[in-house]
Ligand binder design. Structure first.
Ligand SMILES: NC(=O)c1ccc[n+]([C@@H]2O[C@H](COP(=O)([O-])OP(=O)(O)OC[C@H]3O[C@@H](n4cnc5c(N)ncnc54)[C@H](OP(=O)(O)O)[C@@H]3O)[C@@H](O)[C@H]2O)c1
Length: 249
């Protein structure tokens, strides 16, 4: 761990600015796909709060800067175009994806985004310095007859295909399957983790972001897939117990 005093000393000796020795450098750089979305915004804030450097992978940088500000890095691209992802991965340690397809846009549909886009992110990560990819998928991903498949272009079926592409890619991963997302403050109600895709519930987007961040650099979160919901108990989450109790895929 580099203390502020040590950083100052090194900066004076080397002539480097202290900014090059920030806590973010120590924790690593995270490429956030879907950064302008509800969960993505919570991810950007939470990662910054916890000392990570953030590079937002966005389709429209001007629009994104209005939402996310100027204190983070940006890479412009589209998950349907793998070359745009490759160009964004320089010096990236982790990827978190909270992308989601756009029901109103036929070309940005679940097959192209929730499957094809996730496959592109995972395939692009392999062979680079990326140490882990965390994917926000959905509870119900294994349930082919789920009503959401009928309403939204087989969205859960394609999300499951996206998960499968990540699991098969060889990139170290964590798949988080939240229940119904709600906009309420995170860090208040504890979260529960489940496996087997048989339970349902709701969860704050901010809590989903906190889970994704807690999974980073956590060996007990690697190569695991789980559902998650808010409980009705307030308190702090015991991340080691939650992740440690999960079976690996
Ligand atoms: N809604 C629920 O109850 C629920 C439940 C379980 C799981 N989920 C899943 O949880 C995740 C997060 O949901 P959310 O509601 O927080 O997200 P959201 O607000 O819908 O945001 C989606 C994000 O994906 C980006 N995106 C869409 N197409 C893209 C493309 N082709 N290339 C790059 N970026 C693209 C959007 O960027 P732009 O700004 O460019 O559009 C936006 O940042 C999604 O995967 C969602 O399906 C949702």
């Amino acid at each position: 761990m580099c203390t502020a005093a040590a950083a100052l000393c090194i900066a004076l000796l080397t002539g480097c600015s202290i900014g090059t020795l920030s806590a973010g450098d120590e924790k690593g750089r995270v490429l956030v796909a879907g950064a302008t979305g509800g969960t993505g915004r919570a991810l950007v804030k939470g990662l910054g709060d916890q000392g990570y450097q953030v590079r937002a992978f966005v389709r429209d940088e001007k629009k994104a800067r209005v939402v996310l500000g100027d204190d983070i890095g940006y890479a412009v691209g589209d998950v349907r175009e793998i070359d745009s992802i490759r160009a964004a991965l320089d010096d990236v340690d982790y990827i978190i994806s909270a992308i989601g397809s756009t029901p109103s846009d036929k070309s940005n549909n679940p097959e192209a985004v929730d499957y094809g886009g996730i496959k592109n992110l995972a395939d692009a990560a392999v062979g680079t310095g990326v140490k882990q990819m965390v994917l926000v998928s959905s509870s119900g991903a294994t349930q082919e007859d789920h009503f959401l498949n009928k309403t939204f272009d087989n969205i859960l079926i394609w999300k499951f295909r996206g998960e499968e592409a990540l699991r098969a890619s060889g990139a170290p991963y964590t798949v988080v399957r939240p229940g119904g997302l709600v906009n309420r403050p995170g860090g208040i109600s504890t979260v529960v983790f489940a496996q087997g895709d048989t339970t349902t519930g709701i969860i704050s987007r901010e809590d989903v972001a906190l889970i994704c961040i807690a999974a980073l650099q956590n060996p007990t979160a690697l190569n695991k897939t789980f559902e998650t919901f808010n409980s009705d108990v307030e308190g702090e989450n015991d991340w080691p117990s939650l992740f440690g109790a999960l079976e690996a895929d």
